[in-house]
Write a protein that binds this ligand. Structure first.
Ligand code: WTA
Length: 635
């Protein structure tokens, strides 16, 4: 029996039971079946969640790009690896074969080497969704450099914080980017960020929008001429299984962003295995994930997972609304997409528009639909099922995290019966546990609690870059010997999981994780602001939107409040990026606090969500009177 392609529910249960009974043996079989190892492992797994320390496939040697590219050249050299669909539909799509990808990755890798990048160096990638983005990740991996991709919608401050946190010596960017009808001056943002980044010696600039930009002598270099000069072959650096592959930042509830570190072998095996099973990818299929490579979804399920399977993966530069709201459906028809993977927020936005946008396109190629990033509400699920899947394509609601590296809980199409809003069953090798407030595991079904994972899986992050203690405190301290996800979940009568949302101060807006603390810090930088607190409230399209409560330094401030609101959002945009802007800002004379001075966000959240009737006991607060004021002035 192959572990690699589960085809029906019985087989899922069989494989699952086996994976739990003997995880080492299970993951050894998966790794043996399909990859190119320069040297096999001595030990499949060693782990200790108290340190925490986890090692998979210790002793093995490999290069992930040989697995994602070279290995396919004999049988799939002329197969399309990447279909690049540009922002502007009038610009021709580009089909990059595995052979061409090999050449382009090798050239790029040689450029990196020529510029002095070595194994273990960190390279920051700040690029739009163009082929150079995927290629630059692979080029880093080819030579053993650690890539740190920063989503190109982040501001210069967010970029410089990330560059400095991991000491990147190079930044790869472009002159600019297209986003719908807009042109964005990416290089300008990089220039601004680099005022604060003395460690960056080189900036490689890809040409995308042909804008007239400033190039700093000695630091900035156009990419293309360097590629033109580079050799077309590059011997891959042989990496140890646990050598770092990349850093990717995610927001925490407090403090600066966490640079999650992923390593090589386990990440490769897990993303390849889950890609194949969750999307039921077959050799001739065309697969499309609409995420940006700046997020983990793009890393694992646009680049590494699909390419490790020799798949054809679509890379889309644009947005779902340009030139009109039919763009996704047009692309599915154009490239005959078989598996389509997107975010609930995009589905909700498109479901608001006329059905004509969907109906005028032939979507009959679709076999599997997926969602990721946040809970999907029933209405959106049905809309997706009826109008896109035509009730014949299973929807995989995939739950996972930047930290988990790959999909953890998800239906397997055509095997797991789906129910809207349920991520359903753990994938093989994944051992979830629900915990109660006292730290005990809640056994049995029809229960809910805090979601933990009690056994290692190959793609789990190994640490937070530069701060192992924080890694331990955040994920391994809440519950003994378990990885704590930060999410709540329920398990129904048949053992299906439904993720109920974050139980910490992370708010998910349009599928993006936002920590409350960094946003509050930004707000508090406004000279008129004394203190602030933000919470999430339900939003039709974004899932959650941000509600800010702000105390001004001078009460009864005569300044125009709307202007203040604009200025506050401007600061947030500069410090973090437009995704973190507040939808509502309420000025208040105080914030409800406990006697120890802690802001009671629970109360603020309920008010923002219009749940005034069950605020709970507020009499023990330091300042109970402020609650009434906040309710009266609610926006
Ligand atoms: C949430 C994205 C419900 C969850 C891959 C998690 C989900 C956080 C789902 C991680 C889902 C992700 N249903 N909630 N299918 N998928 N989440 O790190 O709260 O950007 O902890 O990784 O998104 O977000 P991240």
């Amino acid at each position: 029996m192959s572990n690699y392609h589960i085809k029906h529910l019985e087989e899922y249960y069989q494989v699952y039971r086996k994976s739990v009974r003997d995880p080492e043996n299970f993951w050894e079989e998966v790794a043996e079946e399909h990859f190119l190892w320069r040297k096999k492992w001595d030990k499949v797994l060693s782990w200790d969640f108290t340190k925490p320390e986890v090692k998979w496939y210790e002793g093995a040697q490999l290069n992930i790009t040989e697995n994602c590219i070279d290995r396919h050249l004999t049988t799939r050299g002329e197969k399309t690896a990447i279909i690049f669909e540009p922002n502007n539909p009038d610009e021709e799509a580009e089909h990059i074969t595995y052979r061409q990808l090999h050449e382009r990755v090798c050239e790029f890798a040689n450029v990196l080497k020529d510029q002095g990048v070595k194994k273990g160096d960190r390279v920051c990638i700040y690029l739009p969704m163009i082929p150079e983005l995927a290629i630059s990740l692979l080029a880093c991996a080819r030579i053993g450099a650690i890539h740190s991709v920063v989503f190109a919608g982040f501001s210069s401050t967010a970029l410089s914080t990330r560059i400095n946190d991991s000491d990147c010596k190079m930044v790869i960017t472009s002159d600019g980017s297209y986003r719908g009808g807009k042109e964005i001056d990416l290089k300008g943002i990089v220039d601004e960020a680099l005022h604060d980044c003395p460690g960056v010696k080189t900036v490689l600039v890809a040409k995308r929008i042909n804008s007239d930009i400033a190039m700093k002598e000695g630091r900035d270099k156009w990419l293309q001429p360097l590629l033109d000069e580079a050799y077309r072959d590059c011997v891959p650096e042989i990496m140890d299984a646990e050598d770092p592959l990349f850093i990717l930042y995610t927001s925490g509830s407090t403090g600066k962003p966490k640079g999650m570190l992923h390593t090589t072998a386990g990440y490769m095996v897990y993303t390849a295995y889950t890609f194949k099973n969750v999307f039921q990818y077959r050799e001739k299929d065309v697969y499309w994930c609409t995420a940006d490579i700046g997020w983990i979804t793009g890393h694992s399920y646009i680049v590494y997972g699909p390419l490790a399977n020799g798949a054809t993966t679509v890379l889309f530069e644009g947005v779902p609304s340009y030139p009109d709201f039919g763009r996704f459906w047009e692309i599915i028809e154009k490239h005959k997409v078989n598996q389509f993977y997107t975010a609930p927020t995009a589905i909700r936005a498109l479901a608001k528009e006329s059905l004509d946008f969907v109906e005028k396109h032939d979507l009959s190629s679709i076999k599997v639909l997926g969602t990721v990033g946040e809970p999907i509400n029933e209405e959106a699920w049905h809309w997706y099922n009826v109008n896109v899947g035509k009730k014949k394509s299973p929807i995989v609601d995939t739950w996972w995290q930047t930290e988990t590296g790959g999909i953890m809980i998800s239906p397997i199409p055509y095997a797991t019966p789906t129910i809207p809003t349920y991520a359903t069953l753990p994938l093989p090798g994944v051992q979830p546990a629900l915990m109660d407030e006292n730290g005990n595991e809640i056994k049995g079904n029809q229960v809910d609690g805090r979601l933990c994972i009690k056994f290692p899986w190959p793609a789990m992050a190994r640490t937070i870059w530069g701060n192992h203690q924080r890694y331990k405190d955040t994920y391994f301290s809440a519950y003994e010997n378990k990885y704590f996800t930060g999410d709540g979940a329920l398990r129904d009568e048949v053992g299906y999981y439904r993720i109920t949302g974050r139980v910490d101060d992370v708010i998910i807006v349009s599928g993006h994780n936002l920590g409350t603390a960094p946003i509050e810090d930004a707000i508090n930088e406004h000279p008129a602001v004394a203190e602030s607190a933000i919470v999430g409230f339900p939003h039709d399209i974004k899932g959650s939107a941000l509600y800010g409560y702000v105390i001004l330094k001078v009460t009864g401030e005569s300044r125009d409040q709307n202007n203040l609101r604009k200025e506050i959002n401007q600061i947030i945009t500069e410090q973090i990026g437009p995704i973190a802007k507040l939808d509502k800002i309420q000025f208040t004379s105080g914030l409800p606090k406990t006697r120890s001075g802690k802001i009671m966000r629970r109360i603020l959240r309920k008010i923002a969500c219009n749940e005034m009737e069950n605020l709970g006991d507020t009499s023990t607060l330091l300042n109970p009177e402020v609650v009434q004021e906040i309710i009266e002035n609610k926006l």
